[in-house]
Ligand binder design. Structure first.
Ligand SMILES: Cc1cc2nc3c(=O)[nH]c(=O)nc-3n(C[C@H](O)[C@H](O)[C@H](O)COP(=O)(O)OP(=O)(O)OC[C@H]3O[C@@H](n4cnc5c(N)ncnc54)[C@H](O)[C@@H]3O)c2cc1C
Length: 410
């Protein structure tokens, strides 16, 4: 079959490989360049142990405190609020206890497949050197939060995830550069991080081309109906395929709408600062709980990033936010290079209110499939998603129930 994939971020590239495995002819269409979006600059953590959606009964209590600080871990630009309201309503609904439990079941099932899928792809493409199995840490400033982590660890254990709650001494042994300000940490020995998201997405992209995928630069503005859907672009550009996969990240909403699915996709903008060629500060990714940022020792340098800003796809970045992340980080980690030596970046997480991606068939055309909306975990979930999409293309029963990921769930 000929399959056209819209979007050459990590999800589109992963889908291309899964389709090539099954002997399909693959056309990858990208409007900008491969790894243009958040797949370029994310924190590089294969965080398959995170099984809790962001919309939770607890977060609703914390939101007012976060919003009080315009440069804090969560912010909404006032001018964007009216546009965001439908998303926010869905977010509140997703935080209701039974909806929250439903999301955990879906997220957990996908996350369980994430690391094995990455390992399998890295082995098949000869890219295992890009994956570092050093585990990851979630560090906590106070003992109450650490106690809360124990109940989360129990939930994680029910998905077969190993988590150990460790005290300050064990934490210092693992990461001596952390200042002695932490009550302890949740230690996830089985998570991994990657060399560099941009380099690895490009390496996988090149590997897909070497396996026979064809790349075209074009902006897809519509998809036709019919057995053999056509991608439609500017100036009469059209490409017909047997199946189309929409992997357009935060930009997928209009394509889904054209296919009859009013999906409440928005973007949680995230920021970071990277220090090229700086190494030796940390050995593994560390998430600073309550501060909304992660520090990752990438092969390309040291990266500090996170935050969630709702301001849509067009507003310019506000790097005062990045400066704030850095200042916080330097109060918690020894030996950071000066802010001025860092490279600043902002990226668009493709986010659904319940923290689950959309994986499934379009309402108006079953030959159009969706693989977008992975929010905070697209790097992690890319290859697991790709395996599910390949099953749909082949008409096989997917390995997990796709109901929680349906475009019609809202
Ligand atoms: C600060 C930050 C830190 C993060 N850290 C992590 C992490 O540690 N671990 C993790 O798992 N995830 C992380 N993420 C999330 C992760 O980066 C994203 O979920 C993931 O990159 C999404 O990949 P994607 O392929 O779906 O989308 P994208 O990377 O956005 O790719 C979509 C592509 O589609 C193209 N496109 C869009 N519309 C069209 C069109 N109409 N026609 C043609 N092409 C089109 C775009 O140009 C783009 O290149 C982080 C994100 C941010 C912002």
């Amino acid at each position: 079959m000929k399959v056209a994939v819209v979007g050459a971020g990590i999800v589109g590239v992963a889908v291309a490989h899964a389709l090539l495995d099954e002997g399909h002819e693959v056309l990858l269409v990208e409007s900008r360049e491969p790894a243009f979006g958040p797949s370029r600059g994310n924190a590089g953590w294969i965080a398959h142990t995170d099984i809790l959606p962001i919309a939770s009964p607890k977060i609703l209590r914390q939101v007012p405190k976060f919003l009080a600080d315009p440069l804090g871990p969560l912010s909404i630009r006032p001018a964007y609020l009216p546009k965001l309201l439908p998303w926010l309503v869905r977010f509140v609904l997703a935080a209701r206890p039974h909806a929250y439990e439903r999301s955990i079941a879906g997220l957990g099932a996908l996350q369980q497949r994430a690391l094995p899928a990455w390992q399998a792809r890295a082995e098949k493409t000869g890219l295992t050197r890009h994956i570092h199995h050093n585990g990851g840490l979630y560090v906590f400033g106070d003992t109450d939060v650490l106690e809360g982590a124990r109940s989360i660890a129990k939930r994680q254990a029910s998905f077969g995830i190993r988590v150990e709650i460790i005290g300050p001494d064990a934490l210092r042994e693992l990461e001596p550069a952390l200042k002695p300000r932490f009550a302890g940490a949740a230690w996830h020995p089985d998570t991994a991080h990657i060399s560099d998201p941009h380099q690895l997405t490009l390496a996988l992209f090149e590997a897909a081309l070497a396996r026979g995928a064809v790349f075209e630069k074009a902006e897809v503005s519509n998809i036709s109906l019919g057995d053999r859907p056509a991608l439609i672009g500017r100036d009469g550009w059209q490409r017909v395929a047997d199946r189309v996969v929409v992997a357009a990240g935060a930009w997928a909403k209009p394509l889904a709408a054209a296919m009859g699915d009013a999906v409440p996709l928005d973007t949680e903008r995230g920021y970071n600062v990277s220090f090229p060629d700086v190494s030796g500060i940390l050995a593994r990714p560390v998430s600073f709980e309550g501060h909304g940022f992660v520090a990752t020792p990438l092969d390309s340098g040291f990266r500090i990033g996170g935050a969630v800003e709702f301001a849509g796809l067009h507003a310019p970045p506000n790097h005062a936010r990045t400066r704030r992340l850095y200042d916080k980080a330097s109060s918690l980690i020894d030996g950071l290079p000066p802010f001025e030596s860092g490279r600043l970046w902002m990226g668009f997480r493709p986010s659904l209110p319940d923290s689950l991606p959309v994986i499934g068939r379009a309402s108006r055309n079953p030959n159009v499939l969706y693989a977008f909306g992975h929010g905070h975990y697209g790097m992690t979930q890319s290859h697991a998603t790709a395996d599910l999409v390949a099953a749909l293309v082949a008409g096989r029963e997917p390995a997990i129930d796709l109901a929680p990921f349906s475009p019609k769930r809202f």
